[in-house]
Design a protein around this ligand. Structure first.
Ligand code: ADP
Ligand code: MG
Ligand code: MG
Length: 226
């Protein structure tokens, strides 16, 4: 058993709730080293995603991720809109037409999402962006994935691939690593995005996009635990 279309929709519902709960926090973070719109951009974007999903009949996780991507691109704006939009679009392409996602497919979707952000924004680890949360999350997800596969191989019974049990473990590992990665942005000097205009003065602040990426992954992990 893996992660079916309705599970992905439920997970995005949780993301929308978490982003709305943290809207003001993200605004405050972005006020310190940016222009103060990140929380409202993200809240508006995921609110729009929920309305679109409520109006649509989608039959694969990939279709849900694709609609999420196009909605975020058209409603979030700023730097984060195209970046998160690209992330969801790459995740959608990675899972293709699968009707249910295994742990391996979830880990592969996370990798594709992160690579999309890097391709689009050209940020590297340490540049004080959402990449500082996403890249460690991908590595942790892949490690958890390998552990789950080894476990299921060891527990005899043969052909069960690391599936249903593995998805919550993969996402929890990703969320834990993303939170640590987001915190690691505090002392950094921003080298990408609006915060980089501040130079040294950007140090001592948590990057809002790294924070929203960690929140997003935590929401997905919470939803997967059910
Ligand atoms: P804007 O700066 O246009 O107002 P947001 O406030 O919505 O956009 O998003 C800011 C966040 O976007 C930053 O905190 C950072 O994490 C992320 N970001 C900005 N530029 C890049 C980039 N080139 N690569 C990755 N992430 C970036
Ligand atoms: Mg901003
Ligand atoms: Mg802005």
């Amino acid at each position: 058993m893996g992660c079916a279309t309705e599970d992905v929709i439920a997970a995005l519902r949780r993301v929308n709730e978490v982003i709305a709960e943290h809207r003001d926090e993200l605004v405050d973070l972005d006020r310190e080293i940016g222009d103060g719109d990140h929380g409202e951009n993200m809240r508006r974007g995921f609110e729009a995603v929920m309305s679109k999903l409520d109006m649509s009949e989608l039959d694969t996780p990939g279709a849900v991720l694709k609609l999420t991507a196009t909605t975020l691109i058209s409603t979030v704006g700023g730097a984060a809109g195209p970046l998160y939009g690209t992330a969801f679009l790459r995740a959608a392409n990675a899972v293709g037409a699968a009707t249910e996602l295994s742990a391996g497919e979830v880990a592969a979707a996370l990798r594709a999402a992160c690579e999309g952000v890097v391709a689009r924004g050209k940020a590297e680890i340490g540049d004080k962006t959402m990449v500082d949360a996403l890249q460690p999350a991908v590595r942790a997800a892949e490690t958890a994935m390998a552990d789950a596969a080894a476990l299921s191989a060891a527990s005899a019974g043969g052909s069960t691939s690391a599936g249903g049990d593995g998805v919550p473990a993969v996402l929890a590992a990703a969320a834990d690593a993303a939170e640590v990665g987001a915190e690691s942005t505090v002392p950094l000097v921003a080298r990408k995005g609006r915060a980089s205009y501040l130079g040294e003065r950007s140090a001592g602040h948590l990057d809002p996009g790294a924070r929203s990426a960690a929140l997003l992954l935590r929401a997905l992990a919470d939803a997967a635990r059910k």
